[in-house]
Design a protein around this ligand. Sequence first.
Ligand SMILES: Cc1cc2nc3c(=O)[nH]c(=O)nc-3n(C[C@H](O)[C@H](O)[C@H](O)COP(=O)(O)OP(=O)(O)OC[C@H]3O[C@@H](n4cnc5c(N)ncnc54)[C@H](O)[C@@H]3O)c2cc1C
Length: 411
Amino acid sequence: MKPVLVVGASVGGSIAACTLRELGVEVVLLERDLNYVKPCGGAVPPLVFSEYHLPESLIDRKVTLAVVASPRQAAEFPVASSHPSDRDFIAMVRREKFDRFIRQRAVQLGATLIEGKFTGMDVTADGVRVTWEDKQRRIQTLDVCAVIGADGAYSAVAKALGLERLPMAVAYQERIRLPEQVMHYWEQRAALYLGDDVSPDLYAWVFPKYDHVAAGIGAGAGKTQQARALLNNLKQRLKDQLGQGESILFEAHHLPMHPRKHLSYERVALIGDAAGLVQATSGEGIYWAMKSGEMAARAIAANLDTPSAAHLRREYDAAWWKRYRPTYTFLQILQRISYNGDIQREIFAAMCQDRDVQRLTFDSYLAKHIEPAPWSIQMKITVHWLATAAREVAAHRFGLPRRPTPQPSRL
Ligand SMILES: Cc1cc2nc3c(=O)[nH]c(=O)nc-3n(C[C@H](O)[C@H](O)[C@H](O)COP(=O)(O)OP(=O)(O)OC[C@H]3O[C@@H](n4cnc5c(N)ncnc54)[C@H](O)[C@@H]3O)c2cc1C
């Protein structure tokens, strides 16, 4: 049996390779640059560690306090689900450490890791002939039975299938080393900032790493040129909390903002960013790349004789959307109604002060599953939302006074 080729040895590709090896399938894992570090905030739900048996030594920080701040108000609340446990935290990882560990595990399980760049493929009835470029820029060929495209937002595998680029947002991030007492403030906090000054249509963030913070901004399609100015505005807004820091790295990358219509094609499956599986509201993509890598690998392993588009769409695409469509749909709607405009952002920040909203947010984030809340809670949240919206619209349109609003805790 020919091997399966996984293109891209980041989080999604490496989990796909591990899964295939665990199922006894031969795997070649092709990575363009083994020293590459994916620009990333590195926030993952703790579920990742139990589901994929990863050691917690990969965690830099356990965030237990969340901050959501609009220009006028801030909600600061504990990371707590409806059933509090010691798993109620957001894990902060550094991709340079996290990705390397999973890739190494794939190799230990028997995957053949090659450093080289995928350049094209020819899909035939009995396999796929892949061309790739080695480090000496020589073109090589490889015959495989199927391909998993785990090669990120600019996927060359998707391009070889004739697919168009997905709509992209840009994410631009600076890593900042802070004096000890300022770092202490961030150790357990992750903060999201809303407002035209820091992000016209998404949000900005500060996430703690082991000895520094990552401060970044996300901005929708066509706003790449504004990224640096938006990040400067964020640092200006947070001059007390970030002002005395030493900049150690700038990093930027695009993020797909919409899933592809199909995840599977004849003998090919796309996963993670290559498939557009990032969550629109949060830009969260690590868990989704890993999970889609696992599910695509299982579907291919079950259909090694004929990994046809029809088989893969039934066992990967359909299974994926059956499980996760409500999550993607809900978060897409949330992004549209929460980030685009001053009034919407103020309503969003105000609603983040609602205990039920906080609990439901962490229930779904930590379990990666959306459960409809009981009717009574839904009614309570709806009434609260309507009252907040009416108050914000009245304040904005007619200049009516607002209630005093909470401010974030200071250093
Ligand atoms: C600034 C920023 C902050 C983010 N913060 C978070 C966060 O806090 N939490 C979160 O969950 N998500 C975050 N994301 C999203 C997350 O980084 C991605 O969703 C995730 O990395 C996708 O994983 P992936 O395996 O699909 O692809 P990627 O991680 O993009 O990896 C693709 C791999 O393919 C390789 N490759 C590309 N082309 C080729 C080729 N032709 N041949 C061979 N190899 C190739 C690349 O070198 C790379 O190793 C952030 C993204 C950005 C840009």
